[in-house]
Design a binder for this molecule. Structure first.
Ligand SMILES: *[C@@H]1O[C@H](CO)[C@@H](O)[C@H](O)[C@H]1NC(C)=O
Ligand SMILES: *[C@@H]1O[C@H](CO)[C@@H](O)[C@H](O)[C@H]1NC(C)=O
Ligand SMILES: *[C@@H]1O[C@H](CO)[C@@H](O)[C@H](O)[C@H]1NC(C)=O
Ligand SMILES: *[C@@H]1O[C@H](CO)[C@@H](O)[C@H](O)[C@H]1NC(C)=O
Ligand SMILES: *[C@@H]1O[C@H](CO)[C@@H](O)[C@H](O)[C@H]1NC(C)=O
Ligand SMILES: *[C@@H]1O[C@H](CO)[C@@H](O)[C@H](O)[C@H]1NC(C)=O
Ligand SMILES: *[C@@H]1O[C@H](CO)[C@@H](O)[C@H](O)[C@H]1NC(C)=O
Ligand SMILES: *[C@@H]1O[C@H](CO)[C@@H](O)[C@H](O)[C@H]1NC(C)=O
Length: 568
């Protein structure tokens, strides 16, 4: 029978295929505060940071809590060079690591060979989905917006096929001071939406965040905040970038004892997402055995030593030589870390999976001077609403040449808002603003920066009765050819768009075309080009009244472009 013959042929093919591929790494899942492999054994992250340093920005935020490690303004995608991954593998094996933390990748490149190399050698990837500059939640002016959601989903879609993805990290040190804890609701909303997206794609990858360390007044309520509540809104994995154990120290003297006690009430898994202080050299790595034994393991599930690649300030553990940069030279630091790490086979299997309990962590009780994050989270960014606004209600929009210049868009938004504020306009910039302290989020606050700017341009242009020179901004603004007939029509159209937003404002993002998930982790990649275009190039600005109580009933903000204010 044809059917049987085909089945036999397929079976043969399957056998042939399995002999040439290796097994997928087992999926790691979380139960309450701990991670487990499929056999029910506790899983510990034994990792190293694997990210070549990009250029350092002039305004890089070096800070003492973070070992003065400054932030790069560009990046090199370390999972895009098969030759480099193959070059590094033997050294990663000498270290005995089972995980790499990778900070910045380009979803448009091919990662299949590096991912396979690491998968085949038992190495998981903790992947940060944000990027330097405009690719992450801005700590000075935080929003959770369509362009970021699109960018994160594009990276996630690219990596979903790989079985050795342990976690997607939705941010690194976004909140870095007691004075910008108002960014925390945006981070938590990002985690909520990305989690929902992953589950909708059948992925059980963990969702994490890496926090800067700091005073207990700041560090502890932030950790509580981001991990509290049920599985729908809590992170899965809380990373602490910790540089407190310097040189020869002890559990008590290093401050680790305090952290373990302070984090004891977290409802989710925690790990040291960076460790390896350099201020009291040489690094002895005596914290390694402490990290993988009780009582640390009652709270932490391992950590990531910082850093494999050279940095400009002494954290790196290898250097590269030879004309092609393919010769690896290891440092004493490397050798000491390797002897410590490779001596760790695992941590204690306590508690067993069956006796691990699931308890939602408690949220901080109130806002105060060192903790200013509202429990009301911003809504899910809704691209349909933003593009509807752009299409139907704007009259003056950001010129295409300006739309992909994030710094100019930011400066022009401030400027145009100041013009609007001092004009006779009925509209204001409130609809584009979001405030993580009050929990009041304008109905356009989740739109991309260029949609928000187009809103302000349109509102100003309407307030000036569509004088041509009110839509110019030195060539940064363009009059739309078919604007709404009147300013009132523009406001009506805007509010019709906003009425389309789902009640409560929270929903599962649909992302782009589903990717093909392969069982071996080396399957077909969805083209990154299939990702939706960045919100930065879409979206006109409608006249929208401020609508209060946008997300969860906190205050109304009516959206107005001109004419009468309309409460939506
Ligand atoms: C603010 O409240 C948190 C708990 O919600 C607490 O940990 C922190 O110490 C408080 N800060 C001050 C300055 O009291
Ligand atoms: C989880 O918490 C959210 C926010 O507090 C709540 O709206 C939701 O109903 C809860 N879900 C479950 C399954 O308990
Ligand atoms: C590969 O390694 C070389 C030599 O160290 C380096 O110059 C290059 O940037 C690396 N490329 C990637 C994509 O990591
Ligand atoms: C390796 O681990 C064992 C047991 O955990 C310990 O007794 C030994 O001292 C460790 N060796 C080194 C070099 O740290
Ligand atoms: C960042 O800006 C670049 C243009 O400089 C743009 O192409 C990209 O889409 C922006 N990314 C996000 C997440 O907005
Ligand atoms: C948010 O609101 C608080 C309280 O009204 C205010 O102090 C703070 O400046 C606002 N933040 C932003 C970013 O507007
Ligand atoms: C607002 O002021 C501008 C310039 O001062 C004027 O041209 C315009 O007619 C005024 N708009 C309204 C709606 O009164
Ligand atoms: C846009 O605005 C920027 C900053 O204000 C200015 O430098 C530039 O000349 C303007 N025009 C264009 C076409 O970029």
């Amino acid at each position: 029978m044809l059917g049987l013959a085909r089945a036999a042929a397929l079976a043969l093919l399957a056998t042939a295929t399995t002999t040439t591929t290796t097994l997928a790494l087992p999926q790691i899942t979380r139960k309450g505060k701990y991670l487990y492999d499929p056999s029910g054994t506790r899983f510990y992250i034994k990792g190293i940071a694997y990210q070549p340093q990009g250029r350092l920005s002039e305004s890089s935020q070096a800070n003492a809590e973070n070992g003065n490690f400054p932030e790069p303004s560009s990046y090199i995608d370390p999972l895009s060079s098969p030759a480099n991954c193959t070059r590094d593998l033997p050294y990663l094996q000498q270290l005995g690591v089972n995980a790499l933390r990778v900070y910045s990748v380009n979803p448009e490149l091919d990662h299949s060979e590096c991912m396979k190399t690491f998968n085949d050698n038992g190495i998981y990837i903790l992947l940060d989905v944000s990027l330097p500059l405009n690719g992450s939640i801005d700590r000075a002016s935080p929003t959770w917006s369509t362009n970021l959601l699109d960018a994160y989903i594009s990276t996630i879609d690219t990596f979903l096929p790989y079985d050795n993805i342990l976690a997607f990290n939705i941010g690194n040190e976004v909140i870095n001071l007691p004075t910008n804890t108002d960014a925390a609701p945006f981070v938590k909303a990002a985690a909520r939406d990305i989690k929902a997206y992953l589950r909708s794609r059948g992925s059980s990858a963990l969702v994490g965040y890496s926090s800067v360390d700091g005073d207990r007044d700041f560090r502890d309520p932030l950790a509580n905040y981001l991990t509290c509540g049920n599985d729908t809104i809590s992170l899965d994995l809380y990373g602490l970038n910790n540089y407190e154990w310097c040189g020869a120290s002890t559990y008590a003297d290093s401050g680790w004892e305090t952290i373990v006690n302070d984090f004891g009430g977290l409802g989710v898994a925690a790990y040291m997402s960076e460790y390896g202080c350099i201020t009291n050299p040489p690094r002895l790595w005596q914290e390694v055995p402490v990290l993988y034994s009780q009582p640390t393991t009652n709270v932490f599930s391992g950590g990531i030593a910082f850093s494999y690649f050279p940095t400009n300030d002494g954290y790196g553990m290898v250097t590269f030589g030879g004309s092609d940069g393919q010769q690896v030279e290891t440092s004493q630091d490397f050798t000491r870390l390797a002897s410590q790490l490779s001596n760790i086979t695992t941590g204690p299997n306590i508690p067993s999976e069956s006796s691990a309990t699931v308890t939602d962590g408690a949220c901080p009780t109130a806002e105060n001077s060192t903790f200013q994050a509202s429990e009301t989270l911003p809504p899910t960014p809704d691209e349909a609403v933003c593009s509807c606004l752009y299409r139907t209600s704007f009259s003056c929009v950001v010129a295409e040449v300006t739309a992909n210049k994030p710094d100019i868009v930011g400066a022009l938004t401030d400027y145009a808002c100041s013009l609007l504020g001092s004009s006779n306009a009925t509209a204001s910039c409130d609809p584009i603003a979001g405030n993580g302290t009050t929990g009041i989020y304008g109905p356009l606050s989740y739109c991309s920066p260029s949609v928000k700017l187009s809103y302000v341009f349109s509102a100003y242009y309407e307030s000036q009765n569509r004088r041509a020179d009110a839509c110019d901004f030195a060539g940064n603004a363009t009059i739309l050819r078919n604007p709404p007939n009147t300013a009132q029509d523009a406001s009506d159209a805007a509010n019709a768009c906003l009425a389309e937003d789902p009640a409560g404002g929270v929903f599962t993002p649909s992302g782009t075309a589903p990717s093909t998930v392969s069982a071996t982790g080396t399957g077909t990649q969805t083209s990154a080009a299939a990702a939706t275009s960045s919100g930065a190039t879409s979206g006109a600005l409608p006249q929208v009244g401020l609508r209060e109580g946008w997300a969860v009933g906190v205050g109304m903000v009516a959206v107005v472009l001109g004419g009468m204010a309309v409460l939506v």
